[in-house]
Each structure stands twice: as structure tokens, then as C-alpha cells.
Design a protein. Structure first.
Length: 150
């Protein structure tokens, strides 16, 4: 085959350091747009981004040219630097060290977009910690509870 064709869809989720409520509503849309730009510059495409005051979920069409860890690392580093320029209240902003990344198939895209779009409503009833553990179990990932939140 003369052409390389790739479809790598990844559901990413990560929280602010110590799951602190530091993503303020006034900066959230701009943060999501900025994150989409970072992904685009890396050759990826953000299909949807949403979250709450203490975490984000992204559905990303990954590039074939970079490893996932490199993309997520740059996304978190760049967006953390960017948000710190938005005012005094953001100077201490940081993301958690780790992240969750779950592969999905094309047939699940619309359901996942809806899931991500409804984050604020979902988290009126469920914490990010409970949601994340639920995702890890759903995707069959083994984990050590003692190391999950650092």
C-alpha cells in the first residue's frame, strides 16, 4: 500500500492538581479552544472538549506521527502555561501528573461526544474520582488505588 491511513480515536481525561476547582467558567471556553489549537499544531484533531472546574475530557483523533504520551504532555504543559497568563487567580494552576486515555471505535463517537457534552450535569451527582474509576474499570485497565491520585 502506497498510503498510510490511520484512525486513532482516544478519549482523554485528566484533572487539575489535587482536583482543585481552578478552571473558572469565564476562562473555560477559551481554554478548550486553546487546547484544540495545541492538538491541531501537533497534527491531531479535537473532536470535542468539555469538563468541569476540576477536570477535562477530550475526544481526539490522534496523529500517526507522535506517541500519545508526547501529545498529552505537550497539551498539559502548554495549556497550563497559557492559563497562568489569564490573571492572578490562575498563577498556581497545574494539571495532575497522570491522565487517562481510552481508545474508542468510530461507532462510539456520537455517544462519547454526548457523554463529554454532559459533564457539568453528570458531576452534580458524581465526583471526578468516581467517574474516572468507572472509566478505568469499563476499559478493563488494571490499576493500583494507592497510586491513582498521587
Amino acid at each position: 500500500m502506497a498510503q498510510t491511513l490511520v484512525s486513532l480515536l482516544v478519549h482523554m481525561a485528566f484533572s487539575t492538581k489535587n482536583r482543585s476547582n481552578t478552571i473558572k467558567s469565564e476562562v473555560e471556553p477559551e481554554l478548550h479552544a486553546y487546547m484544540g489549537g495545541v492538538l491541531k499544531n501537533k497534527g491531531c484533531r479535537a473532536l470535542t472538549i468539555n469538563g468541569t472546574a476540576n477536570h477535562v475530557h477530550l475526544l481526539v483523533s490522534m496523529t500517526k506521527n507522535l506517541p500519545l504520551s508526547s501529545v498529552v504532555g505537550e497539551l498539559k504543559k502548554s495549556s497550563s502555561k497559557w492559563i497562568k497568563t489569564k490573571g492572578r487567580q490562575f498563577r498556581g494552576f497545574d494539571w495532575q501528573d497522570g491522565y487517562g486515555a481510552f481508545s474508542i471505535g468510530q461507532f462510539r463517537v456520537e455517544a462519547l461526544k454526548e457523554y463529554i457534552a454532559n459533564q457539568k450535569e453528570r458531576h452534580k451527582r458524581q465526583s471526578f474520582e468516581a467517574e474516572f474509576v468507572q472509566l478505568v474499570k469499563k476499559y478493563g485497565i488494571e490499576y493500583n488505588q494507592g497510586y491513582l491520585w498521587g
